[in-house]
Design a protein around this ligand. Structure first.
Ligand code: FAD
Ligand code: 2HG
Ligand code: ZN
Length: 460
């Protein structure tokens, strides 16, 4: 290690964990979609909270900024260095221990670098369930999902990642360690500090561990692929299902025909669940503590009723786990199948989803005749991934964004439902948040990170 900065860094974590060779760092200096490329002095890989604290103190003394990085699956460029000042990437991957599983408290303590799928498995091994689920779950990490407050496909029933957290351990920008690893279900002792760091995208500190809630493991689940005429039919179907089966609707995902076609062309192990072509689909999943047969017959009856009344065009209910997995494979392949287009991760009130699609499609067609949209997402949460065009449209990205975001604003929606602001929406957010809200955010940032060394160039 030859620089005056890298040598003390290596003294903290060991030389092997300060990466400077381009072959080791390249993957850390760009994002999953390869939309952002940055440079940093190194990638440093601490093994524990004490090492993170020492690194943060050293960076403070040397005026070097820190970019926390988890699984690097984020879709807003939040984990990529911007390179405007001296920076390091702080990879949490080695901090991947489940410290404790407590079936009586119904909670577990996971370090920030635990891969989400491993946390799901740890809960399962204890006979319990950790409900956050998304297509990147084999790579994204607890620190990343907390820092983006990730959504995913089970928000409808269990809430966002924020709702799964009881306590946090955080290294603050001055290097002090906040031990908030409590598993209290009730604690009204002033400000709920953990909420500051959840969704902060690494701009207020480094999350090093979390106490996560576990849930009862559903004994039965059933999955169906339903063909629909319109997005309005999807919203109506959700209401009907809730009337008939109550709170057990755990996923309700919209997929447009164009998304399905992109998947069929991209993922060779997928096939269209229906022989006929339909304009829209939803993937529905129900879970509860009954039996597969009971759940399936309730879903069957509700869907049959909808088809009879002309509210749905067709439905295929998975007869086995394998068939359910094949339906999920279609849904989870969408992000990769339409890799190159202009993305929007937006939300409106659920009832306004049809209006959002109608208005945005009309405005886009006017500005870009013939343009194609790839619309899918968590319609049960009012959250659409409204992705437009192909690689050729990238050069007009800001015009496309403006059209979609103006429609979202006209419907009182949000321009970032689940992926965060990162670098991608840092400028755009200024048009959408109240001046007072932005100033409150800046006040918090200044109070916690007066030297601006935590993930600069992101969020604010
Ligand atoms: P990273 O990408 O490494 O980082 C994300 C942000 O968190 C960055 O700002 C980073 O600086 C910060 N950060 C990371 N770790 C820490 C830490 N320990 N302390 C402080 N800050 C930290 N997102 C959804 O919400 N719902 C989905 O359904 C969904 N599906 C996806 C499907 C695919 C195929 C892909 C590629 C992505 C998907 N995402 C989804 C986006 C992404 O997976 C999530 O944002 C995830 O939460 C990011 O986790 P990560 O560990 O990869 O974080
Ligand atoms: C999903 O729901 C993710 O699959 C990714 O949030 C969304 O690729 C996208 O636009
Ligand atoms: Zn999503």
């Amino acid at each position: 290690m030859h620089s005056e900065f890298l040598r003390p860094l290596a003294a903290i974590v060991g030389e092997a964990h300060v990466l400077t060779d381009e072959r080791d760092t390249a993957g850390h200096f760009t994002d999953w979609r390869k939309q952002y490329y940055g440079r940093a002095e190194c990638v440093v890989r601490p093994a524990n909270t004490g090492e993170v604290a020492e690194i943060v103190k050293l960076c403070g003394r040397e005026n070097v900024a820190i970019v926390p990085q988890g699984g690097n699956t984020g879709l807003s460029g939040g984990a990529t260095p911007v390179g405007a000042q001296r920076e390091i990437v702080l990879s949490l991957s080695r901090m991947n221990r489940i410290r404790h599983v407590d079936p009586l408290d119904d909670s577990l303590v996971a370090e920030a670098g635990c891969v989400l799928a491993n946390v799901q498995q740890a809960a399962e091994a204890a006979g319990r369930y950790f409900p956050v689920s998304l297509a990147a779950e084999g790579s994204c990490q607890i620190g990343g999902i907390l820092s983006t407050n990730a959504g995913g496909v089970n928000v409808l029933r269990y809430g966002n990642t924020r709702e799964q957290v009881l306590g946090l351990e955080v290294v603050l920008p001055d290097g002090s360690v906040w031990d908030g690893l409590r598993s209290l279900r009730k604690d009204n002792t002033g400000y709920d500090l953990k909420q500051l760091f959840i969704g902060a995208e690494g701009t207020l500190g480094v999350i090093t561990a979390a106490v996560l809630k576990m849930r009862a493991r559903p004994s039965a689940s059933t999955t169906a692929w339903v063909a629909l005429e319109t997005p309005a039919a999807a919203v109506e179907l959700l209401g009907r299902l809730r009337d008939r089966v109550g709170e057990c609707v755990s996923a309700f995902e919209l997929v447009s025909r164009r998304c399905l076609e992109a998947v069929l062309a991209h993922a060779h192990d997928t096939q269209d669940p229906f022989a006929a072509v339909h304009p829209w689909y939803v993937l529905v999943e129900l879970e509860d503590a009954s039996t597969f047969e009971s759940l399936q017959s309730r879903l069957e009856a509700s869907l049959a009723e909808c088809i009879e009344q002309g509210k749905a065009r067709d439905a295929a209910i998975a007869a086995s786990h394998l068939q359910a997995a094949a339906l999920w494979r279609i849904r989870e392949s969408i992000p990769e199948a339409q890799f190159a287009n202009v993305k929007h991760d937006v939300s409106v009130a659920v009832s306004r989803v049809p209006l959002l699609i109608e208005r945005a499609e009309a405005a886009l067609a006017k500005a870009f005749p013939g343009v194609q949209s790839y619309i899918f997402g968590h319609v049960g949460d009012g959250n659409l991934h409204y992705n437009v065009g192909d690689r050729g449209l990238q050069a007009r990205r800001s015009d496309v964004n403006r059209i979609v975001y103006d429609v979202v604003a006209s419907l009182d929606g949000s321009i970032s439902a689940e992926h965060g602001l990162g670098q991608l929406k840092r400028e755009e957010i200024k048009r959408h948040k109240q001046a007072l809200e932005l100033e409150l955010m800046r006040t918090l940032k200044r109070a916690l990170d007066p030297n601006g060394l935590m993930n600069p160039g992101k969020v604010l």
